[in-house]
Design a protein around this ligand. Structure first.
Ligand SMILES: [Zn+2]
Ligand SMILES: [Zn+2]
Ligand SMILES: [Zn+2]
Length: 369
């Protein structure tokens, strides 16, 4: 079968960038052809029962989507001029969607993989006395930010809340949540090169000098060298002076400014957290601030709520073992004394129930707040 996805062209791009980059950027995207929605810029009108809610977010066919109502009726003239007067864009399975679902009004929603912030809208123009369509810069739904406690929306001051709304970026949001979804928006895979020809060697020798240890979180990656990247501090990929280089693990790297094109696979994130836990860099003795910094972003809002509610600090990246010492689950958050964990999947919950652990999915945990 011939794939319509331009895998060959992408691999050529990747090879130009050097194999080290290729290992973590594109392999999970290239394994399978993406579902149609990923390559459909205008989105699809999808029924609610086909929208999944991993981690309390919105998914369709394994891809992360957002939902909005494109029909603006007689408001359309205003909305085309001022996007912030338009319908809000849902990024999570929030209270508003719950209400709509109960009223069975969900069929009016459109699901789209949109990282630009510009949305197709239509309606009836009173000034022109006919149906019109166009693009509008719609704003994010506040209930969604609350539902996720996004960047601490509920737990921060009102001044900070305003900043969270005004600086909200769909691209950043999609990148942050890559571990919950199988596919990325195709825009994430259109990568620019720009490295010098000797970059591969420069990077290799720099990381060797750093003993394959992340200069930010200090995780030792000697056994998993592909997870250590060399980052250009000034953003200039051709400035390879050692004072401009910094060795960062894939997670610390993606959290750098202007790195919202970078994503991390769930399995790589789980491995990094396990190593940080084993190496004593991230556990219940860590400061809350360190936990916020180093946690996989989908869990950050929940952990901020836990601190606010005086919950004990969790173990992060915890391996749960059975009586025989066999590892049966790796979870992002665990309270071993209480035998309680937050998991990504229902399946994992059932596995844990067999050894008398209680677990909540991330989505359930967000709802219980
Ligand atoms: Zn919402
Ligand atoms: Zn790191
Ligand atoms: Zn970088």
């Amino acid at each position: 079968m011939k794939l319509s996805f331009p895998a060959d062209a992408l691999w050529q791009q990747v090879q130009k960038m050097g194999a080290v980059k290729a290992e973590y950027t594109l392999d999970s995207v290239l394994k399978d052809p993406p579902p149609p929605i990923v390559t459909t810029p205008e989105g699809l009108d999808v029924p609610l029962d086909e929208v999944t809610t991993p981690g309390g977010l919105l998914g369709y066919d394994g891809a992360q989507v957002v939902l909005y109502i494109p029909d603006h009726g007689k408001k359309i003239d205003t909305v085309l001029a001022q996007g912030d007067k338009g319908n809000r864009v849902h990024i999570a399975n929030c209270q508003t969607l719950d209400d709509m679902r109960r009223k069975k009004r969900f069929q009016r929603y459109r699901a789209v993989v949109n990282i630009t912030g510009d949305f197709e809208v239509f309606g009836f123009s009173m000034s022109r006395n006919r149906d019109v369509e166009g693009k509008a810069r719609l704003q994010v739904c506040i209930n969604c930010l609350k539902h996720l406690n996004y960047k601490g929306y509920l737990t921060e001051s009102s001044r900070k809340r305003e900043i969270i709304i005004n600086s909200f970026s769909l691209k950043e949001f999609f990148a942050e949540n890559s571990t919950l979804f199988r596919y990325l928006p195709t825009a994430f895979t259109e990568r620019k090169s720009g490295y010098t020809d000797d970059w591969k060697n420069v990077s290799q020798s720099y990381r060797t000098r750093q003993n394959f240890t992340c200069e930010s979180c200090r995780v030792d990656l000697n056994q998993h060298k592909y997870l250590l990247h060399t980052h250009h501090s000034d953003g200039n990929k051709r400035n390879n002076h050692s004072s401009n280089l910094i060795a960062l693990c894939a997670d610390c790297h993606r959290k750098q400014p202007l790195h919202d094109h970078m994503f991390i696979k769930a399995s790589d994130m789980a491995l990094l957290q396990k190593l940080r836990q084993q190496q004593g860099l991230l556990n219940s003795n860590s400061d809350w601030e360190d936990i916020f910094q180093l946690i996989d972003p989908p869990y950050e809002g929940l952990v901020r709520l836990y601190r606010k509610n005086n919950v004990m600090k969790p173990e992060v990246g915890y391996e749960i073992t059975d009586d025989q010492g066999q590892v049966i689950a790796e979870v992002e958050l665990a309270w071993p004394d209480d035998k309680f964990a937050i998991t990504k999947s229902e399946d994992q919950k059932m596995v844990l129930a067999k050894i008398d652990w209680t677990a909540q999915t991330l989505q359930e945990a967000l709802y219980s707040h």
